[in-house]
Design a binder for this molecule. Structure first.
Ligand code: DGL
Length: 256
């Protein structure tokens, strides 16, 4: 995965998506070191079985901890829904922070609104999302839209190509001009925020990146794990994919 490298925050996702979270993590905590692991050889997670995602997430966390991680960020809504509770029970000594669809900020921002929630099929099927919708959705019309294939398409890059717009038209075109906001409930989707707005209209979009970064900061502070360094932290990328150019692709998503 990466050379042994102690005291860093391990961040993972099925592929490039979690880099949208990583960008916020480095903005909020610029002195911390991060190791980002993208499981691109196995993306997408959102259409696999729950057991598979649980096993794979647990293996990745094992590996990150073995390599010296002091905290873990599950930069994937799907893996958080499936595995966060189990992983926290398994590794009670390590802060494990997950990302969830930002329905709370979306509902708090609107008095009563029609809110689209885009996410993977697994995320929207599991209890965690159902509980979130029950807790925050009342008084709003919350419309969950599973987006099979979309994360896998974003993995390929070339995000202004016509086929991506065609896919978005098929998934969310019917909501054009009729929703007040949208929740990007998959960490891949912030990379196509502009394209999503091109299809549904210029509405506010909400994602879980800021909440996740703030939660990491709180958890590190609570446990006395914030770095003492005042220099700019290192960011190291690793991938399960051996495709040539994969790490360069990760860097290009990171640099924007
Ligand atoms: N980026 C992930 C998420 O937030 C997973 C997408 C996928 O692999 O299907 O759900």
């Amino acid at each position: 995965m990466a050379p042994r490298y102690s005291g860093y925050v391990g961040v993972f996702d099925s592929g490039v998506g979690g880099i949208s979270v990583l960008r916020q993590l480095t903005a909020t905590l610029p002195h911390e070191d991060f190791l980002y692991f993208g499981d691109s050889a196995n993306a997408p997670y959102g259409e696999k079985s729950r057991d598979w995602v649980l096993r794979r997430s647990s293996d990745i966390v094992d590996e990150l901890l073995e390599q010296g991680a002091k905290a873990i960020v599950i930069a994937c809504n799907t893996a958080t829904s499936v595995a966060a509770a189990t992983l926290r029970a398994q590794y009670a000594h390590v802060p494990i922070i997950g990302v969830e669809p930002a329905l709370k900020p979306a509902t708090l921002a609107e008095k009563a609104g029609r809110i689209l929630v885009m996410a993977t099929p697994i995320t929207l099927r599991l209890d965690k999302y159902q509980q979130l919708a029950e807790r925050w959705g009342s008084g709003h019309e919350v419309i969950p839209v599973p987006c099979p294939g979309l994360a896998a398409r974003i993995e390929q890059g070339n995000l202004s190509a016509p086929d991506l717009y065609e896919m978005l038209e098929g998934l969310i075109g019917e909501y054009a001009g009729t929703v007040d906001s949208a929740v990007l409930g998959c960490t891949h989707y912030p990379f196509i925020a502009r394209q999503i707005r091109d299809v549904i209209g210029d509405v506010p979009l909400f994602d879980g990146t800021l909440g996740t970064a703030q939660q990491l900061e709180r958890k590190l502070a609570e446990r006395g794990l914030l770095t003492k360094s005042r220099g700019v932290g290192n960011v190291v990328f690793a991938s399960s994919s051996t495709q040539p150019g994969e790490i360069d692709l990760y860097r290009s998503f990171f640099e924007g």
